[in-house]
Design a protein around this ligand. Structure first.
Ligand code: MN
Length: 717
């Protein structure tokens, strides 16, 4: 068991000016408060805060953090209040203890909703004072080290929480030493069988591997000396069990195929020496293609820097080499804790700012998110940063999460670039916007002024920033659009009965109706009508006596006016491929130029059908809800996908003839399927991109001209 004197010595070694008197008072107070309490191990409780303080001292944190480590369980486990701690030890220490106590009260394994709320609190605590989370991590690390004393049920809960939350947070803060130990311990308790069998297999190879490490270290050392590349130290290690386990599971490979089962680490004095050493390594052994990673030029978002490469030894044994400077090494191991001690006056807090940036952004974007499921999903993406590096055509690098798309990339450049993005060139080629980007892709975004984000993008974008930007935009648009729509619908309905809109909305009856429906303003009511939540007719019945709501025959004057000026009533315009409140019905999938009709649909706005849609023809829709619609000329010109079904003679080469005919008239094919029926005939189903009804007619006509094509039909979905 560690003694308090050892702790003070450790603190003094890295910080001679540390206030050891403060630490002593915290220690004595903690000993007094926890007196008589024991841990599951049977040891006096005091061992725990002392060990936690020791871990914090090893991270070389300040006395506030270490004292808070000594005091961290007092408020939770004794009668003493946080006010008392504030009186005795000051506001800073009390603040950290309070934060840790609050985090301790959080149950992460509870229902999803509470979990999301708890995450939010935890993140807020972190942004507030990072020492809260550092003390909590030290607390969790010591609890994990002594987890075997706990009953199994508790062990599993704590280990799961460690794997899901604390290890990823340590990782995000760059604290790989802490993260690694937390992950290994969680693996041991969560999957004891897998852990034990892997441990034995790795153990079986340990002796041979260690011999090899020694041999390779000597070789490298000699080569580097010969080339006059100064090296601070070289060490070798066997990959951690948990990361081997993950690798085997993910890549479905055998232990022998793990390239970085064994890794050598070379620590140099300068960046220049890192690259020099890399050159020497590649001259000595053959590098494995595609495994060279330059995290010095492109640090990971958590600040990690290093050169990685995998090479094959003379005996055909692959191993990984990591090369970094001493400073990079320290940051790789300790992350934010490595920066912490500089904060008090000496060096600027810029690096810390970087660590916090992702957190601040996350919180900022999360403030609007009400759905806990969605919050958790966003958070998961942020906490498990498997990122890809993407280049702008000018060579600028952006780190994006794995599976990011050109749309995510566009939003990472600027919100407006995202909103107006219509296409992307990846490595010089145009690709669909839903394409998953890969490491090293050079991406150029094509924008069109005035273009709007599409709801469809939400199905494939990856970063929460992008999602939130798109949603925010769509919600604003939707509101605007449903307001416009609702007002038109109301006006149209009023006109049917020759009612004056001005006098309808000015009177007290209108105000009373707003109150009855719980709307503050007329606009809110109109928006609700536009959404289909309330029918315009229902509102009218509130405003005028029933007998006025009989369809009046058009008055003489009105019909003259109409004849002179054309129809007074404005049609609802359909903007095209991706309209927000006016959407194309799935049953007939109408395309630009086709004759269309609209129906108000509850809570969705207006659904637009082809006038020839069988559902419309068969009067499946309530004519009361029918409204006039027309295509908005000059709006969105993105292509529609249309499915065509071809009845063909079953002859060789017909598929090739059909596809080349389509390509010949500049039409994109999304998908083709061909099959033959029994009677010497076949069927080709294809999905093509069509801009409007004229284009469709042209495609059908030229398909019919192909030799062997019997018939072409537009397939309903
Ligand atoms: Mn504790």
């Amino acid at each position: 068991m560690i003694r308090f004197e050892d702790l003070v010595e450790k603190v003094r070694a890295s910080n001679p000016d540390a206030d050891s008197e403060l630490l002593r008072r915290a220690y004595v107070f903690s000993a007094f408060e926890h007196k008589g309490q024991v841990r599951h191990s049977g040891e006096p409780y005091l061992v725990h805060p002392l060990e936690v303080a020791n871990l914090l001292a090893e991270m070389k944190l300040d006395v506030v953090a270490i004292a808070a480590g000594l005091l961290h369980d007092i408020v939770e486990d004794t009668q003493t209040s946080i006010e008392r701690i504030r009186e005795l030890f000051g506001a800073d220490i009390a603040h950290v203890v309070e934060g840790v106590t609050k985090l301790g009260a959080i149950q992460f394994s509870s229902s999803e909703e509470r979990q999301a709320e708890n995450f939010r609190k935890m993140l807020l605590a972190m942004v507030d004072d990072i020492r809260v989370i550092l003390v909590k991590l030290a607390d969790r690390l010591h609890n994990m080290r002594t987890l075997h004393h706990l009953p199994e049920e508790r062990r599993l809960v704590i280990a799961q929480e460690t794997r899901d939350i604390y290890a990823p947070i340590a990782n995000r803060l760059g604290m790989s030493k802490v993260k690694n130990e937390l992950e290994e311990l969680a693996f041991k308790y969560l999957e004891p069988k897998a852990y034990e069998s892997l441990r034995q297999r790795v153990e079986g190879r340990r002796r041979a591997t260690e011999g090899l490490i020694e041999e390779l270290t000597k070789t490298i050392s000699a080569k580097l000396t010969e080339a006059q590349v100064p090296v601070m130290h070289i060490d070798g290690r066997i990959k951690r069990l948990f990361s081997i386990h993950q690798k085997l599971k993910k890549q479905k490979i055998d232990l022998d195929q793990v390239y970085d089962f064994m890794a050598l680490r070379i620590v140099t004095q300068s960046v220049k020496d890192c690259y020099a050493a890399l050159g020497i390594i590649h001259q000595t052994w053959s590098p494995v293609p595609g495994r060279i990673k330059d995290f010095i030029a492109m640090p990971r978002p958590n600040g990690y820097q290093s050169l990685h490469t995998s090479v094959i030894s003379e005996r055909g044994f692959p191993f990984e080499v990591q090369i970094r400077t001493a400073e990079m090494h320290r940051i790789a191991e300790e992350g934010i804790a490595a920066h912490w001690k500089y904060k008090e006056g000496r060096v600027g807090a810029d690096r810390d700012e970087q660590y916090f940036l992702w957190l601040r952004q996350l919180l900022e974007f999360q403030q609007e998110v009400r759905d806990p499921q969605e919050f958790l999903q966003n958070l998961k993406i942020e906490l498990y940063p498997e990122e890809v590096y993407i280049f702008t055509p000018k060579g600028e690098v952006k780190a994006l999460p794995r599976d990011a798309t050109p749309v995510d990339f566009a939003y990472s450049i600027h919100t407006d670039v995202g909103h107006q993005c219509v296409g992307a060139r990846v490595n010089g080629k145009m690709v669909p916007l839903r394409t998953r980007l890969r490491n090293g892709d050079i991406v150029e975004i094509v924008t069109a002024p005035g273009h709007q984000p599409s709801r469809d993008w939400l199905n494939f974008v990856v970063t929460s920033r992008t999602r939130n930007k798109i949603k925010h935009y769509i919600q604003g648009e939707e509101k605007q659009r449903s307001l416009e729509l609702g007002r038109k619908l109301f006006e149209k309905e009023a006109r049917r009965f020759n009612l004056n809109i001005r006098s309808l909305t000015d009177g007290p009856a209108f105000a009373a109706t707003l109150t009855e429906y719980g709307y503050g303003k007329a606009d809110e009511l109109f928006a609700a009508i536009g959404y289909g939540k309330v029918a315009a007719r229902t509102i009218l019945t509130k405003l005028v006596p029933q007998e006025q709501l009989k369809e009046a025959p058009e008055s003489g004057i009105a019909s003259v006016v109409r004849r002179v000026l054309g129809p007074a009533e404005e049609k609802i315009k359909v903007r095209g491929f991706d309209d927000l409140m006016v959407f194309r019905a799935r049953c007939c999938n109408p395309i630009r130029g086709e004759k269309i009709v609209g129906y108000i649909t509850r809570g969705k706005g207006v659904s637009v059908h082809s006038a020839s849609c069988s559902n419309v023809v068969n009067l499946l829709y309530d004519p009361e809800r029918r409204i006039e619609v027309e295509w908005d000329k000059g709006a969105d010109t993105s292509p529609y996908t249309v499915r065509l079904s071809l009845h063909v003679e079953d002859r060789k080469g017909i598929l090739a003839d059909v596809t080349s005919k389509i390509a010949g008239i500049n039409t994109n094919i999304r998908n083709v399927e061909a099959r033959s029926d029994d009677d010497q005939t076949g069927r080709i189903d294809m999905t093509v991109e069509i801009s409007d009804v004229k284009h469709l007619q042209k495609v059908i006509k030229s398909l019919r001209s192909v030799d062997g094509v019997v018939d072409v039909e537009r397939a309903s979905r």
